[in-house]
Design a binder for this molecule. Sequence first.
Ligand SMILES: NC(=O)c1ccc[n+]([C@@H]2O[C@H](COP(=O)([O-])OP(=O)(O)OC[C@H]3O[C@@H](n4cnc5c(N)ncnc54)[C@H](O)[C@@H]3O)[C@@H](O)[C@H]2O)c1
Ligand SMILES: Nc1nc(=O)c(N)c(NC[C@H](O)[C@H](O)[C@H](O)COP(=O)(O)O)[nH]1
Length: 292
Amino acid sequence: MPPLPPDQLIFPASQAALLEPYLPPLHPQNANPVNKPFTTLTYAHSLDASIATLPGVRTTLSGPQSKAMTHYLRTRHDAILIGAGTAVADDPGLNSRVYVHPTSSSPSTAAEVGVGGGGEPPLTSQPRPIILDPRGRWEFTAESKVIRLAAAGRGHGPWVVVAPGTVVEEGRREVLEEVGGRVIRLATGQNQDQDRFGWKDVLGMLGGEGIRSVMIEGGGEVINSLLAGGGDEEEDEGLVDAVIVTIAPTWFGQGGVVVSPPKLKGGEALRLRDVRWCPLGEDVVLCGRIAR
Ligand SMILES: NC(=O)c1ccc[n+]([C@@H]2O[C@H](COP(=O)([O-])OP(=O)(O)OC[C@H]3O[C@@H](n4cnc5c(N)ncnc54)[C@H](O)[C@@H]3O)[C@@H](O)[C@H]2O)c1
Ligand SMILES: Nc1nc(=O)c(N)c(NC[C@H](O)[C@H](O)[C@H](O)COP(=O)(O)O)[nH]1
């Protein structure tokens, strides 16, 4: 095996195998439309359910092992989705730089996906970044991290989803298109909310674009609204197929960005089933499916 770069994240195949029941099926490369992509909700929170110490502040929660896990998840999904608030606060890269170490104790075909010959995963294993930005809040430039990574061939150009009436300057659109990204227009306004897309509409649009799996990383508004919709008993089929949450052993105190969705109709709790807890370094990773 060639030597790994010093900042390379390493994720053992034995740990990848524990996640496998919660991951989208491995599929051949094709872009056939699907009704709805396999949808994984995944994020990291503190013991007081904060995903950031304060609104708009980039906050590290995951330790090196669970960070490697998140980057492995990125290789196992066609797309990675965040809200505009996260794009503005974090200037995220939204690519994967994990190496899955094939340990002899647990060889797994699934875990071999994302192996980049000892380095970063190849472009074919990188997820398409999707940014929900109905009002055009995210003022990206050629220097934004996700654009720079795409320009360097280390990730895909982002798809920025805006409302039909939102003006995207010509120069900005060109920045996206030069790296293979694009602006996608989608109607907002369901439930009178002009600042949000309906989740069924978002997932339906992605399915129509050939995206067969998407991991939704946050932030707070995105997660809470998805949990509110993902647990809707009136849906024939839930929106969220799997939940993978990293819990870090820290309290941030009040005032953070908290995951706490609105109550379901009737006040019942929203609960996970088929639960698995996987310790990863000092963190624990909770996997499950939303009980319906
Ligand atoms: N710890 C983690 O795992 C993690 C992950 C992601 C973000 N974060 C943190 O979360 C914070 C950002 O969270 P936030 O709540 O401010 O922003 P957010 O990322 O949830 O983005 C909210 C924006 O998304 C848009 N949006 C479009 N459709 C939507 C829909 N259906 N539902 C909800 N929003 C929709 C809204 O217009 C809104 O402006 C940052 O501090 C970031 O560091 C943490
Ligand atoms: N799993 C996880 N642990 C964390 O401690 C943390 N802060 C995030 N946050 C997710 C969010 O989407 C961030 O924007 C990206 O984690 C930015 O990271 P990249 O530049 O894309 O590697 N996610």
